[in-house]
Design a protein around this ligand. Structure first.
Ligand code: JD8
Length: 261
């Protein structure tokens, strides 16, 4: 996958050299190109912003540098080849979801336009943006962090990036439920015991416990995620299983009997 990122703060994207995304780049799975928007300005001060029409606080990003940047970057692909999918992170965009990330993971070429100030002149977005996407209902100062979030979520879905594809398949949100609690050695720590079923080797019982813990956690923290999910026979709060009551579950309680949420 090729990814071009246009920003006035290229150094803000340096985390893309690290860890999972960095490894994907070193292995040629991901080909990232950073572009400083100021290279498409023509004045001595390399100006990328101007006052907003209609007045009001702050500044707006000028259309000319963006138009020149997108013309050159989107034209830099293979001759006659495909055009990129152009994504503009913005607080007024459609919510970023795992399903959307799945869709992007199938694309050969993405371009992210990182705005700053009060945003990019609307004529650029109207002409060039394929997707306007928000990573959440809070206000950031620019699109760079949102681009980092989206690119990490997409990169880990690319074939060969996450060693064991299974761990991607049963991701949170992939099956619509939150992840169940996880444990590792030691079996007892500060008088807290790892649920016995997880050390039992009984894989059917383990997956049942994990499913029920996932349903319990989702019921408590994100009941909105449960709509439309068929929780099946003993998988869920209203199932007939011994754990039908999401409130109590001896499997993951701390010594004080508090349920591990
Ligand atoms: C791009 C400029 C700042 C936003 C005036 C503060 C995404 N979930 C999200 N929250 N905020 C953003 C985001 C914020 C941005 C830009 C994305 C470009 N700003 C502006 C409007 C109010 N300032 C985002 N994805």
């Amino acid at each position: 996958m090729r990814v071009d990122i246009i920003t006035i703060f290229p150094e803000y994207l340096s985390p893309l050299e690290l860890s999972l995304v960095g490894r994907a780049r070193n292995r040629g799975i991901l080909d990232v190109h950073l572009h400083d928007l100021r290279q498409w300005t023509s004045d001595a001060h390399r100006t990328v912003d101007d006052a907003p029409y209609g007045g009001g606080p702050g500044m707006v990003m000028r259309p000319e540098p963006w138009w020149a940047a997108l013309t050159e970057v989107s034209g830099s692909g293979p001759a006659g080849g495909r055009s990129p999918r152009i994504i503009v992170p913005t607080p007024v965009g459609r919510p970023f979801t795992q399903a959307y990330a799945d869709g992007l993971a199938g694309e050969p070429w993405l371009v992210f336009c990182c705005g700053r100030y009060e945003g990019i002149d609307a004529r650029v977005i109207d002409e060039w943006a394929d997707d306007e996407i928000s990573i959440g209902d809070y206000v950031l100062a620019g699109g760079e962090v949102a681009t980092l979030v989206m690119l990490e979520a997409v990169t880990r879905l690319l074939p060969g990036v996450v060693g064991n594809a299974e761990s991607v398949a049963d991701d949170s949100f992939a099956n619509g439920l939150l992840e169940p609690p996880v444990y590792t050695r030691p079996p007892v720590w500060r008088d807290r015991e790892v649920p016995a079923v997880l050390r039992s080797g009984d894989h059917a019982a383990i997956s049942r416990w994990r499913r029920e813990a996932a349903v319990r956690r989702t019921t408590h923290r994100r009941p909105d995620l449960l709509t439309g999910i068929d929780l099946g026979r003993d998988g869920g709060p209203h199932g007939s299983g011994p754990h039908a009551n999401p409130g109590t579950d001896p499997a993951s309680t701390d010594p004080a009997g508090r349920v591990a949420q």
